[in-house]
Design a protein around this ligand. Sequence first.
Ligand code: ES4
Ligand code: ZN
Length: 322
Amino acid sequence: MAALEQLPKAELHLHIEGTLEPELALELAQRNGVALPYASLEELKGKYQFTNLQSFLDLYYELMGTLKTAQDFRDLALAYFAKVSTQGVRHAEIFFDPQVHVANGLDVNMVMDGLLEGMHIAKERYGITSGLILSIVRDMPLETAQSVIDSVKNRASDILGIGLDSAEVGYPPHLFTKQFQEAKALGWHRVAHAGEEGPASYVIDALDNLHAERIDHGIHSVTDPELLKRLASERIPLTTCPLSNRRLQVVGSLDELPLRNMMDQGVLINVNSDDPAYFGGYIADNYKALSEIGFTLSELASFAEHSIDASFIGDDQRRTLR
Ligand code: ES4
Ligand code: ZN
């Protein structure tokens, strides 16, 4: 629906590596001499049926191994911006997973240079502003998280925020308290995935110990009425991702998502695509899916407005975006 595509919005929960389409992954594998165990595009496309978060992460991390050069990262970012330039996205705050790239033998500064170049071109070409969120991969060794922070702190202003992603259960937020404290001292914003597959107590943990300013997913907050009151009163936005939750079987169907319930209790909700190349759609497809289960245009417009409110842009720019 054109109206949904025209709503001005910010995308706040987007893993740039999750925009790697299977066609591009195979092209990069060939160009970069990376062996993948798939003989054809059809065979690879057969692997996109996920049963939970881990089953997705296995493919996501495997295909990330095809990204090798600054140009690959620039092209990846540009392909994303080209897609969402027709979907109302005015601003994007983009996760990347540097620990994985370093484990693949890449230099984190090269990865950032490629992404930042793509982001710069997107501003000129489409007028879309953006920032980078360095996301800690919570199930990799803690030293690797500390080491990527150490590698980029001399260019702290190239980074907008710190995040926390990957396999959630068994990796509670407080394990990363020191890294988030250091991030705060570097002037970075703080967000964390919590309450996606993990319980509401992980959301509380992220608020209490990481001082998270937004919670990514956060949908299991709905099981704790006190937490919902806190999210509303402290104005902590949830960056939700409907198609992701369905594809990873966090919910059986979209109408099990507690979005309206939480919104009615005053929680600030916005809508995002997470890993659009894997979950069957970019941001406008997520809006469309909600519209198909009965969300009205005015409810969807309020999610879009809340996305701009929940972004880390300055108030001057915020006024120009709405
Ligand atoms: C992710 Cl859907 C999701 N959840 C947690 N971590 C992630 N990294 C990339 N996509
Ligand atoms: Zn995510």
